[in-house]
Design a protein around this ligand. Structure first.
Ligand SMILES: [Zn+2]
Length: 311
């Protein structure tokens, strides 16, 4: 019987699982820390894959989701956040030679989008935008029934869209990107600035705090916390209006930790979309929902890629 191996290489954990051709229940599954002092991540990755190799199946392909920018045509990790040993690393060559099996790679947010489309919240929606909001903002787009990857595999970084010229500095070093306004990190940074300016809030003296703590304060009616989600939601809504104009999706899926606070964001997202949309038809059948696969989205996206992969 044939099988596939799916891998998810993240900044804190590496996960791998083997699957038969038609089931989402793994044959074997395992996870390790991405970094352990004194051992090489490449060697531990090999051991991780060996640990999920199925004895009674023929592995016909593998695929891995990787956090960070990739050079997909050359099978190279450009930069692996938190795992410097994997920077500028030709992972496709390395793994396919070790195991004698073809391997595909994909950006983790793109493969989370693929996973949600094939197996999660986006099933049946051949035009969808997946946006994951946590410390940063990642995204993936399914358009015309296909994952959009672009000429070098570097699409689609919606989080690095300029929404406020000369706005706050983004994690990428540029100014005014969506991620710099609406990520969990950005929400917390803005609240901190407002507190320093003397704005009154129950969050005063509660530092260090994160977006989750601010969400709790907002649910308790704290005006500064509510304003923080209004600012993030309105900015997200305006940006999403642009993306909807370009891609005309039938679904937007929110993932990531901040999506647990979607109820605080959604009214502002919807208001901003209704105010800025070019024609109401874009919104008529548009569903906005949250991700269904949680932490498994990247792994299951890699599984979908492995199953579709024709080298
Ligand atoms: Zn940026």
């Amino acid at each position: 019987m044939k099988a596939h191996i799916a891998i998810d290489i993240g900044g804190t954990q590496m996960r791998a699982a083997s699957y038969s051709v038609d089931s989402l229940d793994p044959i074997k599954i395992n996870r390790i820390q991405s970094r352990t002092p004194g051992s090489k991540p490449t060697e531990r990755l090999i051991d991780l894959i060996k640990s999920v190799w199925p004895e009674d199946h023929d592995v016909s392909s593998m695929a891995t989701a990787i956090a960070g920018p990739l050079d997909i045509p050359n099978g190279r990790i450009i930069r692996a956040p938190n795992i410097p040993d994997l920077n500028d690393f030709f992972i496709t060559d390395y793994l396919s030679k070790k195991f004698g099996v073809p391997i595909a790679i994909g950006n983790d947010a793109n493969l989370a989008a693929l996973g949600e489309w094939r197996y999660g919240a986006g099933q049946g929606h051949n035009h969808l935008i997946y946006i994951t909001i946590s410390t940063g903002i990642g995204s993936g787009i399914i358009t015309e029934g296909k994952l959009l990857v672009g000429s070098r595999g570097m699409a689609a970084e919606l989080g690095h869209t300029t929404v406020v010229p000369d706005g706050p500095i983004c994690s990428c070093g540029k100014r005014g990107h969506l991620e710099a306004i609406a990520s969990g990190t950005a929400i917390a940074a803005w609240v901190k600035e407002e507190l320093a300016r003397g704005t009154r809030s129950t969050l005063l003296g509660a530092e260090p705090f994160n977006a989750r703590r601010i969400a709790e304060a907002a649910k308790g009616g704290d005006p500064l916390a509510l304003a923080a989600f209004e600012r993030a939601g309105t900015t997200l809504g305006k940006a999403l209006t642009d993306f909807v104009h370009i891609f005309n999706p039938s679904m937007i899926i929110f993932g990531g930790g901040v999506s647990n606070s979607i109820n605080l964001l959604l009214p502002h997202i919807e208001n901003a979309m209704q105010e800025n949309i070019f024609a109401p038809g874009y919104l008529d059948d548009l569903k906005i929902t949250t991700a269904a696969l949680g932490d498994d989205a990247g792994l299951l996206g890699a599984l979908a890629l492995a199953r579709e992969f024709r080298p």
